[in-house]
Structure formats: structure tokens, C-alpha cells
Design a protein around this ligand. Sequence first.
Ligand code: F6R
Length: 245
Amino acid sequence: MSITLHIHATRETANKKVAREIAELIRAKPHAVLGLATGSTPIGVYQELVRLHHQEGLSFRQVCTFNLDEYQGIDLSHPESYWNFMHRHLFDHIDIPAANIHIPGTRVPSLELADYCKHYEELITVHGGIDYQILGIGRTGHIGFNEPGSPPDCRTRRILLDQLTREDAAPAFGDLDHVPTHAITMGCGTIMEARHIALLAFGTAKAAIVRKALRGPVSSQVSASYLQNHEHTSFHLDHESASLL
Ligand code: F6R
């Protein structure tokens, strides 16, 4: 098993390639199950999917989606909530029914967490499992919000965000004090069950962690390194993020 590496001339080529794979999947399997990521990286893929919907009739009417993660302790309507992000960049512009969208809540009470996370996993299973999972990578090596120390078989749960992850999010929240301390994230084990995985990473800031994920040992210190053991994972990089390979 090894990760298939695509080094693209531009981010646009990477975005188009991933969007085209998703479109082909949906055309072959209209009730496909997509695993979705947020953050700056997948925005171009979502723009391309919206274009395919408007210009090429790609329909999401039977598609079902599961987002990787969500911050805890902010309102759903907060501009940085992942619920808001997904509607702004994708769901408001395509024909997916609201009932087919799954994103962890932002204010899950501590007492309900265990059942809530178990139910999220069960929903994925009931829908037949994730066919195609989009991932970004954090500078801590996280996929979803599986920060260093996350074991390979971990499942959906609440997690304490790494200081580096919070610092990277600080500009979007105004300052570090406003960045949530916790999130709910799908686990590494959950992600590894997806049938196909596409990880996108762009820019020099990701070069060092991309190198560790691809070329380093498989280690709980870099959750993305677990992908070395997945059967159908592709990394889509630009020249900057691939510059240390
Ligand atoms: C977001 C997520 C995170 C991000 C990662 C990269 O749903 O799961 O793993 O993909 O933090 O974020 P960006 O793309 O903003 O660099």
C-alpha cells in the first residue's frame, strides 16, 4: 500500500481533478456518501462542484454528506462555525436536501457527548459508509482534528485542540482567546474506513508536515501518516507543498 502522489502545476488543476473524481462517483452512484472537510484548502473544490452543478447539471439530490469536524462552544450562526462555512461555500449553491447533510453540532452537552458521537458513527454506517473523503492537513499533522497522540483506531469524539491549530485559526477568529479550545472530530479509525481518500495541501507552510506524513514513520504524532496504510489514498499537492519531498 502506498499513497498516490499528484503534484499539480496549479491549485486549480488539483481542485478540478478532485471535483471531477467526485462528479464521476456521483454520476455512477447518485446516492454516494461524501466525507467533507472545511478550512481554506477545499474551497476551490467546492467552487468547482458548484460550477459543475450549475453548468453541467451535476445533481446532489441523493448525495449524503458527513463533515469531519466542528468547533465546540460557539453558535451555529458564528461566521467561523463549520456549519456556516459549508453552507456558504457549498450547500447553499447546490440541490442537496438539508436532511442529507450531517455536521456535528457546536454545543453538544458533555453528558450527551458519548451517545452523540456514537450516533454520528452509526449514521455513517447506516448510509453505507463513506465513498469519498476529502481531507486537508493541519500543521500538527492532523486530519480532521485528530491532533498528535490520536491512536489509529480512534473514533468520533471531543478533542482538545493543539496550541498550533488554535494559533493558525486565530486570524479568522480575531484573536487567540476567541478560538474554541475543543472540537468534535471523526476519529482516525473512522476516516480510514472511507473507500477513497483525497488529501489536498497547498503552499510552503504545509511542506514540512506533508513530508512527515508521506515519508516519515507511521506515528500517532502525525495522524496523516496513518494514510500510508490506506488502500486508496491520493495526495494532491502544488509545487510549494511538495517542495521538501
Ligand atoms: C477541517 C479539518 C482540518 C483542516 C486542516 C487544514 O475540517 O478537518 O483538518 O483540513 O486544519 O486547514 P486549512 O485548509 O485551513 O489549512
